[in-house]
Design a protein around this ligand. Sequence first.
Ligand SMILES: Nc1nc2c(ncn2[C@@H]2O[C@H](COP(=O)(O)OP(=O)(O)OP(=O)(O)O)[C@@H](O)[C@H]2O)c(=O)[nH]1
Length: 229
Amino acid sequence: MTSLDELFTAESAILQDNRELAETQGLEAEVYRDALIKLTAHYQKIMNESYRLIRRSDRAERDLNQLNERLAYEATHDPLTQVFNRSAIIDQITKALNTGEAGLILLDIDHFKAINDQYGHPAGDAVICGLIRRIEQSVPDLGSIGRVGGEEFTILLPRYTKAQSVIVAGYIHALLNASPLDLLPNQLVTASLGVSWGKQNSSFDTLYNDADTAMYEAKRRGRNRVHCG
Ligand SMILES: Nc1nc2c(ncn2[C@@H]2O[C@H](COP(=O)(O)OP(=O)(O)OP(=O)(O)O)[C@@H](O)[C@H]2O)c(=O)[nH]1
């Protein structure tokens, strides 16, 4: 490892000279004055350099914090829609059930394969995003949206009763039927919604399976509807 003296060769030499001068008596005042001027200049240089290093390390810390935030965001969000990814929403559902009752809506886009087949996969992607942006308007502040599969999403409603969760699902359903998405102005993109509810400390699996069963029942009954298990 580099020693302190190696790092600051010039400064070490000046320090040594000045130590020796300080121990030497009877020299001309000019000699002490010159040494002091030299020492002051180096002291100033070191202060400037320290300030530059502090700023650089502040910048590096800021960059690192931003990188950490971005990595944390990417680890928990779906890259296409920016809603929570599967593992993040499962985590949130589990936490919500640990702290209170919760409602869960499982939403599956209707006949999405036909949209892909007709307009192509990239257009299908844009439809998924358009639909999510639309339903975000109807999800309350407490709630959160997660993507659990290709065209399957959950809306977690912490502290919501069953009746309140059904109202939110009904609102989402109405919003999708109110008008077509900008991307597909000539056809409605609808979804089937299954609603379930769990009391505090109930299991994630039961809540999710109940919503899944309800969603399939909504599909079976003709799609574009809400079913509550
Ligand atoms: N564009 C796009 N398509 C996806 C994505 N993930 C899944 N899909 C497609 O979604 C379609 C789902 O089709 P199905 O499971 O048959 O269901 P569906 O056509 O929506 O019919 P129902 O659910 O029965 O109403 C498949 O064609 C998948 O390829 C995605 O990220 N982007």
